[in-house]
Design a protein around this ligand. Sequence first.
Ligand code: IMP
Ligand code: MG
Length: 189
Amino acid sequence: MNPLTPKDYENQISHVLISEQEIQEAIKKAGAMIDKEYEGKPLLLVSILKGAFIFLADLSRAVSIPCEIGFMQAQSYFEGKESKGKVNITLDLTQNISEYHVIIVEDIIDTGRTLNLVAEKLRERNPLSLKILTLLDKPQRRVVDLKADISLFTIPDEFVIGYGLDYAEYYRNLPYIGVLRTEQEESNV
Ligand code: IMP
Ligand code: MG
């Protein structure tokens, strides 16, 4: 595969939707909220790879109470537009979560299908409590009844990239959330 040139890489970004500063300010507030709510409790922050890796890295450093970190990776299968599917946990937690208050740290909730299945699996393991914290929420796209307990930004139905989120595995390394250029915009360049 030919890598894009730095210029092409940048040219495919249409605009910034949420700036680095806005993200960092929201994370500071979320960290302070977690400090207050979970002080004195065994806390496990769980992120589902890969999209949430940067968010978890920053959020965990905005939390100052003791906490543990865990990672999961999941592959889900859905037939057509069915909202009920199957999930295969391909990387699992090492902690026994019945001893922890768990916060699932997500990058984005779109249809909500995968997270719904993962949350169901975690609930079966009887955590002391389970909450969902998402950086981005696209409520217009939801096909299952799933609500985040905390959502830092609600966004319109647009495909976003950066800050962990990818397009064909690219752009996870942007420090902000951006929108890709559409084909229409491309023809105007
Ligand atoms: P779901 O549809 O809520 O199950 O979302 C599944 C996954 O799709 C998310 O965790 C993201 O990794 C990815 N995803 C959804 N919307 C976007 C987007 O706008 N940009 C990049 N990835 C997305
Ligand atoms: Mg994700």
